[in-house]
Design a protein around this ligand. Structure first.
Ligand code: ADE
Ligand code: ZN
Length: 322
C-alpha cells in the first residue's frame, strides 16, 4: 500500500475552485467580508448533501477569491500539495465565470493562477496546465463567451477548453460551436459526461463536441457497445472515483466500474475532482483504488503514463515527464 507514495502521479481533472481548503476560504472570507457560513460548518467542513447543494457550496467558496494574489495562493497551495503526494503533472480546470462573478477579469484570473503554478514548479518541478471551462447550466451563450475570452487572451499555460456543471442541463449540441472554436484554436478539449447522465450523454458528447477525453464517463459501463467504442476510438476517461462515491453515483468504491472499464481496455486515469469537498486527494485516489482492486505498482504507473499521453501539454513536456 505504501508503495503508492512512490508512484509518480498525474492529475487531469481537478477544479481549482473545488480544491480550495475550507481554512483558506474562511481566511479570505474574513479579509474580504464575505459570509461563508452557509457553505462551511463549525468543524471547518463544506456543507452539501447532493449534487445541487454541492454546486451551491462550490459557488460560495469561489466567491472569496477576489484578487490575482488570492488565486495565486490557491494554485500554489494545490500544486505544492499535489507534488508532496508524488505528482509530476497536474491540469486544473479554471472557471472564468466564477472569477468574473467575484469581480476579476479573465486575464488577471489567469495571470494570478499562473503565478502560483510557477512558484510551485520552482520548488517542486511539478508541471501544470489549465483547462478553461464553460458552465453547462449557464447556457451556450455563456460557454461561447468563455471560449472567445480564452482565444482572445492566449496564455501558454491555458491549453484546454472544457464543459462542466450540471450535466442534466442542456444538450451537447448547444455547445458544438464553442467546442469547434476551441479545437480550431488548437486547444485540447474535454467535457463532463456520464457522471449523472447515462451512456446517451457520453455518446452525445463524442458526437457533438468531438472530444477525445471525457470527464468521468464511467456510466459508459451501462452500454457494452459504447465501451467498445471508447476502446476503438482511444477515448480517455478522467475517472474520479472518490467524487462518484461521495456524490452517490456508486454506493461504495468496490462497486465502482473503474476496474472493469480498465480490464475491457478503456484508457482510464485517476483524479480528485474537488478534493476537500469529497475528503480526497490524488494520492488517496491512487491508494484506495489500488487497495480495492489489487492494482500493482506497475498498474498505477500505467495509469500515470496514460494521463501524461493524454495531457494537454506540448510533446516536449510529455517527453520530459515520461
Ligand atoms: N464542477 C465541479 N465539480 C463538478 C462535478 N463533479 N461535475 C460537474 N461539474 C463540476
Ligand atoms: Zn469535474
Amino acid at each position: 500500500m505504501n508503495e503508492t507514495l512512490n508512484v509518480p502521479k498525474a492529475e487531469l481533472h481537478c477544479h481549482i475552485e473545488g480544491a480550495a481548503p475550507p481554512s483558506l476560504v474562511r481566511r479570505l472570507a474574513g479579509q474580504h467580508g464575505v459570509d461563508v457560513t452557509e457553505a462551511i460548518d463549525g468543524n471547518g467542513k463544506y456543507i452539501w448533501s447532493d449534487f445541487t447543494s454541492f454546486l451551491k457550496a462550490y459557488d460560495v467558496a469561489s466567491s472569496v477569491f477576489k484578487t490575482p494574489a488570492d488565486y495565486s495562493l490557491l494554485s500554489e497551495t494545490y500544486f505544492r500539495m499535489l507534488a508532496a503526494e508524488g505528482a509530476i503533472y497536474g491540469e486544473i480546470t479554471i472557471s472564468p465565470d466564477h472569477a468574473q462573478a467575484a469581480g476579476l477579469s479573465y486575464r488577471s484570473y489567469v495571470e494570478g493562477l499562473a503565478a502560483g503554478i510557477e512558484r510551485a514548479k520552482t520548488d517542486t518541478a511539478i508541471e501544470g496546465r489549465m483547462i478553461a471551462i464553460g458552465v453547462r447550466h449557464f447556457g451556450s451563450a455563456s460557454v461561447e463567451r468563455v471560449v472567445k475570452e480564452v482565444i482572445g487572451n492566449p496564455h501558454p499555460l491555458v491549453t484546454g477548453f472544457g464543459l462542466a456543471g450540471d450535466e442534466r442541463a442542456g444538450h451537447p449540441a448547444n455547445f458544438a460551436k464553442a467546442f469547434r472554436m476551441a479545437s480550431d484554436a488548437g486547444l485540447g478539449t474535454t467535457a463532463h459526461a456520464g457522471e449523472f447522465g447515462g451512456p446517451d450523454s457520453i455518446i452525445a458528447a463524442l458526437e457533438f463536441l468531438r472530444v477525445k477525453r471525457i470527464g468521468h464517463g464511467v456510466r459508459a459501463i451501462e452500454d457494452k457497445e459504447l465501451v467498445k467504442r471508447l476502446v476503438d476510438e482511444d477515448v480517455v476517461l478522467e475517472v474520479c472515483p472518490g467524487s462518484n462515491v461521495s456524490l452517490g453515483v456508486y454506493s461504495h468504491l468496490r462497486f465502482h466500474p473503474v476496474n472493469i472499464l480498465r480490464k475491457e481496455g478503456v484508457k482510464v486515469t485517476l483524479n480528485s475532482d474537488d478534493p476537500p469537498f469529497f475528503g480526497t486527494t490524488l494520492g488517496k485516489e491512487y491508494t484506495s483504488v489500488a487497495e480495492t482492486f489489487g492494482w500493482s505498482f506497475e498498474d498505477q504507473m500505467a495509469i500515470t503514463r496514460t494521463a501524461i499521453e493524454a495531457a494537454f501539454c506540448e510533446p516536449a513536456a510529455k517527453n520530459r515527464l515520461l
